[in-house]
Write a protein that binds this ligand. Structure first.
Ligand code: GRF
Length: 202
């Protein structure tokens, strides 16, 4: 099989995590992964502009007017055309079809801005504050068909301060996301490579 480090980043918006993943790769001597494609369901996404500036390959198509299955089938074929082995969701604001998730089982990671299993879904920072949590944070997890419920592979905590509002908390959590995601992705690639190597070696 191809190298598990051939990563596609899927995004729908700002793209700061994509940037963190791309820049981390540049600093590493031992390149744990390579972003071979940045794909989006939002052609106007800011993240695509950033990716182009980094000379990364991009693909986008609006999902509007397409069924979830039709869009994901197209996305799947684009990913395979680029020999993608691993998908990193980074603010990809669209649920993936069960079919797609099954095809890519164990090969889709996501970053979520909460300490899963707490605060799945949207509006996590406000909910952490309302709940009176002592810590917020972020989680990198494997994607399964149930939203934000796949196995967590890495987490980082952020202490909540008495004067925090959702915006101030989100900003500190985002800094941790940028630190955590590249390391988690690199480690996951390493583990996949080892598993493949083990299999090759009998
Ligand atoms: C991040 O907070 C991430 O945890 C969540 O969506 C946001 C994406 O931000 N899944 P960005 O597009 O990476 O800046």
């Amino acid at each position: 099989m191809a190298d598990p480090g051939r990563v596609a980043v899927l995004l729908s918006g700002r793209g700061s995590n994509m940037l963190a993943l791309a820049e981390h790769k540049r600093r590493e001597l031992d390149r744990g992964y390579e972003i071979v494609l940045v794909a989006s369901n939002v052609p106007a996404a800011r993240g695509l502009v950033l990716a182009k500036r980094l000379a990364l390959r991009t693909w986008s198509k609006s999902h509007e007017g397409m069924s979830r299955d039709a869009f994901d089938t197209l996305l799947d074929s684009v990913l395979r055309d680029h020999d993608v082995e691993l998908i990193a969701l980074a603010g990809y604001m669209r649920l993936l079809s069960d079919n797609f998730v099954t095809k890519w089982e164990g090969r889709i990671l996501n970053i979520h801005p909460s300490l899963l299993p707490l605060h799945k879904g949207l509006d996590t920072h406000r909910r952490a504050l309302v709940a009176g949590d002592e810590y917020a944070g972020c989680s990198v997890h494997l994607v399964t068909s149930e939203l934000d419920s796949g196995p967590v592979i890495a987490q980082a905590e952020v202490r909540i301060r008495p004067r925090d509002d959702p915006e101030s908390l989100a900003a500190r959590v985002l800094e941790e996301e940028h630190r955590l995601y590249p390391i988690a992705l690199e480690e996951y690639c390493r583990a996949l490579r080892q598993a493949e190597g083990g299999r090759d070696g009998g």
